[in-house]
Design a protein around this ligand. Sequence first.
Ligand code: MN
Length: 437
Amino acid sequence: MIPITEYARRRKELMKKIDANSIVILSASPAVIRNHDHEYLYRQNSDFYYLTGFKEPEAVMVLLSKNKSSEFILFNRKRDREKEIWDGHRAGQAGARQEFGADTSFPIDELEKKLPELIAGREKIYYAFGACAAFDKIISQAINTVRNQIRNNEKVPSMFADIRPFIHEMRLIKSAAEIKLMRKAAEISADAHKRVMEFCKPGLYEYQLEAEITHEFQRQGARCHAYNPIVGSGENTCILHYVNNDKQIKKGSMVLIDAGAEYNYYASDVTRTFPADGHFTQEQRAIYEIVLEAQLAGIKAIKPHAPWNQVDIIVTKIITQGLIDVGLLKGKLDDLIEKQAYSKFYMHRSGHWLGLDTHDAGRYKINDKWRKMEPGMVRTVEPGIYISAETPGVHKRWHNIGVRIEDDVLVTQKGHDVLSHGAPKKIDDIEKLMTTK
Ligand SMILES: [Mn+2]
């Protein structure tokens, strides 16, 4: 768990980055209807959670800069015995102060009444423009109220700024407590991938593999997937964001699983690919070996000061060379890289930041230059090759082989640490695990 003092430290750090005499306003995620009167399982907005640790909907965080400190105000739902019988416990205003360290707390119903008072006299408002139209309206109404009621234009804030880039840069560097949770999330995912390799056999349906993954996540305390899991077999291994997961797995086909646990709000993102019956065919092996070589070399390049795109460059080169070696691309390596000829088979980038969100916050470029990796950053490394039956000019012996291998990698002082290393990825290890039952 993240200690409550860490949220306070984050708020303090954020306030140091913004201008004096400002107000920061951040809203919780709204609850979302799935169908009729049933909601999706609620998940707090990651920025809001990062600064408050507060998991309930219908809440607004306000931070006021003061001379040498700041004030944390939380608007949240009132306690309500009747509603709590149906929907569960609410922290209420006392809880906001005692459990979440708010200096002041108000019922959320009072937001529109209080906001003009809080805004009046502040020079600058920081908030998340356009994230929610209803919330944008609340902010503009509050400003109009200040303008119309006070009739003193000096009290009306004159500047607006987006708060998100400030929070996102902070989120990019993970604390020790965050790394601990991310390591746990990745370890649970690795165990789930291992479990599903042991379980898989032709004839099962893709969702039955998904069930094994979910079982392992929840057995180990990860209530949710970090994202909709991809469990594709055969031709579905070539659909990058395949989530139907409802086809029967055929003998001789490949199975690609991209599934990551969310543990205490932190994501993992792991992909493994293996043959349904535990034995790689010659073609499957050839493609798999290229992807694995690219992934291992990409991971090896991760260390402080290495630019973000270093991994892309290495991965692209190995994949292109590999495709030349097996005859799927023809031409000179440099020309093919220049022309991006590989993009017929490898159409995404080599990874992304990882944290509270699967595609986590933080810029990839600074002043138009790739940013350098620093200790505490976590990223994925996930090259792939996908040979659809519809890719023109490919002999059918290569059809429906889709391979992606993805791990979660922490940048350390000396280099890197593969958080999801427990999921087998060497061909021998996979074949052994799958055929010794
Ligand atoms: Mn990913």
